[in-house]
Design a binder for this molecule. Structure first.
Ligand code: AMP
Ligand code: FES
Ligand code: ZN
Ligand code: ZN
Length: 301
């Protein structure tokens, strides 16, 4: 199988883009697609300072590499969630990546910030661990980006992630969530702009990109994500994609086209959390402070 653009052997076939790519052209395409999204949605400029949230997985470490190669000024942030084994291993991949490239990596430990890690939080609090985890991560990422004076906070959500989230929101016709699902969320008071530069890049492309660029990353999924609805939705989309190539990219791009027609998400008035001072829609302490307080009151294990 020859590359669509040169004489070299293709290592990846992308049916949805009608391309067969050699390593060199695959890298070029991935970086071009990221650049396309950055420009199309005006995510940030080369003069701005970006904080990339890196989990140790292929998407976020790949994104950090892409932004660096494209000439953006990007530092990393790793949040050690305190998940036995998994957190230590994923942290090592992030540290190794930053060290080898001479990049700056900030590290935050949830155990230090909340007084307990995710395993403990999952044991003590009711509800989905991933939901508590998401709230904690969003809070810490934003706080770190603000404190560091970053202009934008970038995450590694790829095409497969975004299409699965979209399917989940569409199945519920959740207009509130659909309205907020967008590749860039503008900054607000004490809220840093959030961006997802990999929305046009599929998971398979990111795996190949990391392999070619020599990026080592953690393969395991978070142990708390077993049985998560998002994984099920991804599987359904993969089966659709097998039968009908382009399903995911068409689904997402068509959504982004009609997005302006959705009712604007309700303006919620944000106040300052009386405990930490960060913005919250809640009356009283923000969700992060409430989790922290509930963990402080827990009975010893
Ligand atoms: P997930 O919610 O696990 O699918 O991750 C989505 C994105 O959030 C990743 O691509 C990262 O950019 C970011 N992220 C997830 N976990 C972490 C973490 N422990 N530390 C820093 N960033 C993270
Ligand atoms: Fe947060 Fe798994 S990464 S619960
Ligand atoms: Zn080629
Ligand atoms: Zn608070």
């Amino acid at each position: 199988m020859r590359c669509t653009f040169c004489e070299n052997r293709a290592v990846l076939r992308l049916r949805h883009a009608n391309l067969r790519l050699c390593p060199e052209h695959l890298v070029a395409r991935v970086e071009k697609e990221a650049q396309r999204a950055i420009r199309e949605f005006r995510m940030f400029t080369p003069q701005e300072k970006i904080l990339v949230a890196v989990s140790g997985g292929k998407d976020s470490l790949g994104l950090w590499q892409i932004l660096t190669n494209l000439g953006y000024r990007a530092d990393g942030l790793y949040m050690d969630l305190g998940i036995a084994g998994y957190s230590v291993r994923s942290r090592e991949f992030c540290e190794e990546f930053a060290r080898e490239r001479g990049l700056t990596l900030h590290v935050l430990r949830v155990e230090e910030e909340v007084g307990a890690g995710l395993d403990e939080i999952a044991r003590v609090l009711r509800g989905e661990p991933c939901s508590h985890c998401g709230a904690i991560k969003r809070y810490l990422m934003n706080r770190a980006a603000l404190a560091g004076g970053y202009d934008a906070l970038a995450t590694g959500h790829n095409l497969d992630d975004e299409a699965a989230t979209l399917l989940g929101n569409a199945l519920r016709w959740d207009l509130e969530y659909l309205g907020r699902q967008y590749p860039v969320l503008p900054a607000g008071r004490k809220l840093v702009r959030k961006v997802k530069p990999l929305i046009y890049v599929s998971e398979r492309e990111m795996v190949a990109y990391c392999l070619i660029r020599g990026i080592r990353y953690i393969y395991e999924e978070c142990p708390h994500s077993v049985g998560a609805r998002s994984l099920f939705l991804k599987d359904i989309l993969n089966r659709l994609e097998d039968q009908y190539p382009s399903t995911k990219i068409t689904f997402l791009k068509s959504f982004l086209r009609v997005h302006p027609l959705l009712p604007a998400p309700e303006e919620v008035e944000l106040r300052d959390c009386p405990v930490c001072g960060m913005p919250t829609a809640a009356e009283g302490p923000c969700r992060f402070c409430r989790i922290k307080e509930r963990m402080a009151q827990r009975a010893p294990a």
